[in-house]
Design a protein around this ligand. Structure first.
Ligand code: ASP
Ligand code: MG
Length: 456
């Protein structure tokens, strides 16, 4: 089959739990084989591996602890290797990656180089891609592992590198597209390379982003995100047992949604797909027969209430300055400082002398560093008083025409009587109403909202 005869091209991404072990990979391989349009597969590291690699990069990790971590990583990988029908196919490759992990971890004891950290962090995806291609071949498919660093060009901001869209498109045309005619290509999520060929990473959870970037570069027709939940629900079913799956949702609603169902799928990560109007599917690799959710540019129905979403572990930054009274430029100065420190702001409210904003943690630095550095706080403190509040959760009511439908606020707030609402954002978007509440109360707030908006 030539690429032209493939009517449409799918990019499928499998998260860490979907490629956790050999059996999980088998299920994913069946999904790939069932759809001949899927020619590009993007995989995360097997569940837990990136966390262990992150621990290896930490300065405080002792030599003994490092040894234990490397052993743990090796045991996850060898369990997969041992189950392969033809392990010799990839054994040397995996051994090489594991010894590379040891070397890099030793090198980090001598230098705290972020480039070395990224090289180390990328090794989980290197292993899972080699294994996944082998599992596909075992099932009779023609498949190879492909080093994504040949095409996923980024800047050199290690830990959270910025992809270079045009270069990626060019490189993908050159190096990746020709390979797709007669085989399935399995490649690494989360990983990139700068113009010098140094390995970079896109930030934690970056594999969805990788899939969307490759789909954009290859002008694919769909991106499938396979995870451990059957799509997007009206809310996390663990918080509201009557939560229902949503078969179809618009990009606009999705873009406002902080979390998708029980699983985080930040809109920024699928932005490249949104840009190109490439439809995105979210489904469970454990139960593909249950279907999932399609995120599309245009959808058939546009209900006022579509979902209630939550994003935990929120930081609220409160800035106070009398400079703000009848002055210009305070916000400009503040945002310039935040931008300089690569902080992306999520919600914002202002009063005459205060600005409150929440920080967007998506893709926080791969090495697990906090967003609020001492340097940033000091710089902000030079022109205002800074207060940081933690332990908050952002709850979002997602839907359509929210800002222009009478009675929405009443229905939302009537069930919140006994809860303290720390911050409210409404009006900027027709698709959401956001409230910030105490993290400890978030589950109850979600339950109450879901019942009132979806179960009445
Ligand atoms: N393996 C990386 C992480 O755990 C990337 C991903 O899973 O999306 O953050
Ligand atoms: Mg993951």
């Amino acid at each position: 089959m030539s690429l032209e005869s493939v009517v449409s091209l799918n990019v499928a991404k499998f998260g860490g739990t979907s490629v956790a072990d050999y059996d999980a990979m088998q299920r994913c391989a069946d999904i790939i084989i069932a759809n001949p349009q899927t020619r590009v597969v993007v995989v995360s590291a097997s569940s837990g591996v990136t966390n262990q690699l992150v621990a290896l990069t930490q300065a405080e990790t002792s030599v003994e602890e490092s040894k234990a971590l490397i052993k743990k990583i090796a045991s996850i990988q060898y369990q997969i290797l041992d189950k392969l029908g033809n392990p010799s196919d990839v054994a040397a490759r995996i051994d090489h990656i594991l010894s590379h992990i040891s070397t890099l971890s030793e090198r980090l004891k001598l230098t705290r180089s972020k480039a070395v950290m990224d090289e180390l962090l990328s090794q989980g995806e290197m292993c899972s891609s080699v294994f996944f291609a082998a599992v596909l071949r075992e099932k009779g498919a023609s498949a190879s592992a492909f080093d994504v660093r040949q095409v996923l060009r980024t800047d050199s901001h290690h830990g959270r590198a910025e992809p270079q869209i045009e270069m990626i498109a060019e490189l993908a045309k050159q190096h990746l597209e020709p390979l797709l005619c007669d085989q399935v290509i399995v490649t690494q999520g989360f990983v990139g390379a700068d113009s010098e060929g140094n390995t970079t990473t896109l930030g934690r959870g970056g594999s969805d982003y990788s899939a969307a970037l490759l789909a954009e570069a290859l002008q694919a027709d769909a991106v499938e995100i396979w995870t451990d939940v059957a799509g997007i629900y009206t809310t996390d079913p663990r918080l509201a047992p009557n939560a229902r799956p949503i078969p179809e949702i618009s990009f606009n609603e999705a873009a406002e949604m902080a979390t998708f169902g029980a699983k985080v799928l930040h809109p920024a990560t699928i932005l490249p797909a949104v840009r190109q109007k490439i439809q995105v599917f979210v489904g469970s690799s454990w139960a593909p027969e249950q279907g999932g959710t399609w995120i599309r540019h245009q959808v058939k129905s546009e209900p006022v209430y579509r979902a209630v979403a939550v994003r935990r572990d929120q930081t609220l930054l409160n800035l106070h300055s009398l400079q703000m009274l009848h002055a210009q430029g305070f916000l400009a100065e503040t945002f310039a400082t935040l931008a300089k420190h690569k902080i992306s702001v999520d919600l914002i409210t202002t009063s005459e002398v205060n600005v409150a904003l929440t920080l967007d943690k998506t893709g926080s630095d791969s090495s697990g560093q906090g967003l609020l550095s001492e340097a940033l706080l000091q710089e902000l403190s030079q022109h205002c008083r800074v207060r940081v509040e933690e332990g908050l959760a952002l709850v979002a009511v997602i839907g359509n025409n929210i800002a222009s439908t009478a009675g929405v606020c009443r229905r939302v707030f009537e069930v919140l009587e006994t809860y303290n609402v720390r911050m409210i954002c409404q009006g900027a978007s027709p698709h959401n109403l956001c409230i910030l509440v105490d993290e400890a109360e978030a589950a109850n707030v979600i339950g109450a909202l879901h019942e009132n908006l979806f179960e009445a």
